[in-house]
Write a protein that binds this ligand. Structure first.
Ligand SMILES: NC(=O)c1ccc[n+]([C@@H]2O[C@H](COP(=O)([O-])OP(=O)(O)OC[C@H]3O[C@@H](n4cnc5c(N)ncnc54)[C@H](OP(=O)(O)O)[C@@H]3O)[C@@H](O)[C@H]2O)c1
Length: 427
């Protein structure tokens, strides 16, 4: 018998509890011994809960779990940074294995947590922390272990994907869709972490750490959200043969790792362009396997519960068989993280210029002087005295685009720079 302490009985915690009850015999057979949830930590013990749980299991005192010598597996589903981080550390110090779905804690404190797990010779697993029910962490560690992975592209945030899909499908502006998404429960009442790209940054840091076998400092990952994407950009992308997605990108290049999150134009025919609504997807390139894509629901009670219980089964099996799966740290190396200024991309620029002779040549001269060459130019809807210019560049380092923009802003002919969006031609 393996005794489990569950921290949190919210959306995912309840899903885990239900799966473990409903599939009790099946899970017992897979582990080789029964699993018992001995205690459950919550914030408010008097809260009315839909889930029927024996009251004697519930506590608001974390010591009843973290200091119980009978509990050898702690499942953290509280969320947020603290006290979740503190409880994970405490559990590991007390030689308890830990399963968590907490992307924030793993992205920010993965180094400390993995080191401590190694020192204490216990397991740490976090499949549920990225892309909910889509199996991605174990496949990266195990099924794709034969490969050198050089690229990962992810649509890792369901809320932003839902918003971009509705903007494109129903021709709506960002704020209108966001407000409706909050009302309908597709977005949190405070959607900042999703909209700003931060949530996806935590997730790509975790995936890139595993894929490239190194620590990624999430604070150094370049992040840009979708708040500046307008319907006009989406329509122009469509006209040019692209869709706009919030992409999380990890690339291993000769001069370092390129890890970033930002909206991107992706070719309409690319498999990721078809991932709509709240769906997530991860697209990986390995030297042996080639391209692989996994897709599914990136959140929700039962999909995430499925990933967490899979981790519980794996870790419980190891505990039961007194086996220690090798700690990921064994294979980790140090790589330089590239500065965004050194990253090369194609760019979409939407600017408004005065309708005067010679404007186009003055704009292209500034771009050319800064090593930016153009792949295409669209001059739309002549609204004299203002001309919208839509430019797509050839690949160029970000620093040259930034220098050009600085000079374009000084140019009397340029009224506004409406938007700049990276174009992922290689993805
Ligand atoms: N929801 C998803 O679809 C999803 C998907 C992927 C990953 N995740 C991750 O899964 C984790 C849990 O998310 P969730 O959506 O299940 O959260 P949630 O619904 O807000 O549930 C949180 C649970 O933790 C308890 N709790 C909160 N603060 C506590 C504290 N200081 N001390 C003791 N208990 C505390 C709450 O107690 P009360 O019940 O008493 O309030 C509640 O039971 C997070 O790390 C999240 O990022 C969630």
């Amino acid at each position: 018998m393996i005794k489990i302490g569950l921290l949190g009985l919210g959306t995912v915690g309840s899903g885990v509890y239900k799966i473990m009850e409903n599939n009790y015999e099946n899970i017992k057979n897979k582990v080789g011994t029964a699993l018992e949830i001995k205690k459950i930590l919550v914030n408010d013990i008097d809260k009315q809960r839909e889930l029927q749980v024996d009251r004697s299991l519930i506590t608001s005192n974390y010591r009843e779990i973290l200091e119980d010598p009978e509990i050898n597996l702690v499942v953290e589903l509280i969320g947020g940074e603290e006290p979740a981080h503190k409880y994970i550390i405490e559990a590991l110090k007390n030689k308890k294995s830990v399963v968590t779905a907490n992307k924030l804690v793993i992205a920010k404190h993965g180094n400390e947590i993995l080191s401590l797990a190694r020192e204490k010779e216990v397991q740490i697993s976090y499949e549920g922390s990225v892309a909910g029910g889509i199996p991605i962490i174990r496949p990266l560690k195990e099924s794709l272990a034969a490969n050198r992975i050089d690229e990962i592209y992810g649509i890792l945030n369901g809320t932003t994907n839902y918003i971009l899909t509705r903007m494109a499908g129903e021709k709506l502006e960002f704020n209108k869709v966001l407000q409706e998404a909050i009302k309908q429960g597709y977005a949190e009442s405070d959607p900042t972490s999703d909209i700003s790209g931060l949530d996806a940054a935590y997730k790509i840091s975790i995936l890139a750490s595993l894929a490239f076998e190194t620590f990624i400092d999430v604070n150094r990952v370049y992040v840009e959200g979708i708040e500046n994407i307008s319907l006009r950009d989406i329509e122009l992308a469509e006209e040019l043969g692209y869709v706009i997605k919030l992409l999380a990108i990890g690339k291993k290049e000769n001069d370092g790792l390129d890890i970033r999150v930002h909206p991107s134009f992706i070719p309409r025919k690319h498999p990721l362009a078809l991932i709509d609504d709240v769906y997530n997807a991860v697209y990986i390139h390995g030297d042996a396997v080639g391209d692989v894509m996994s897709t599914g629901r990136g959140a929700g009670q039962m999909p995430t519960g499925s990933a967490v219980v899979a981790d519980i089964i794996q870790v419980a099996r190891d505990i039961h068989n007194k086996r220690l799966t090798p700690n990921l740290l064994e294979s980790f190396q140090n790589y330089k993280l590239k500065n965004i200024e050194e990253v090369e991309n194609c760019f979409y620029l939407r600017i408004q210029v005065k309708d005067k002779p010679g404007v186009m040549s003055r704009v292209t001269k500034i771009l050319g002087d800064n090593r930016v060459s153009l792949a295409s130019v669209l001059q739309k809807h002549r609204l004299t005295p203002v001309v919208p210019l839509i430019l797509i560049t050839h690949p160029v380092k970000e620093k040259y685009i930034n220098q050009s923009l600085e000079e374009l802003r000084q140019l009397d002919d340029v009224i506004t720079i409406n938007n700049i969006i990276r174009v992922e031609e290689s993805s």
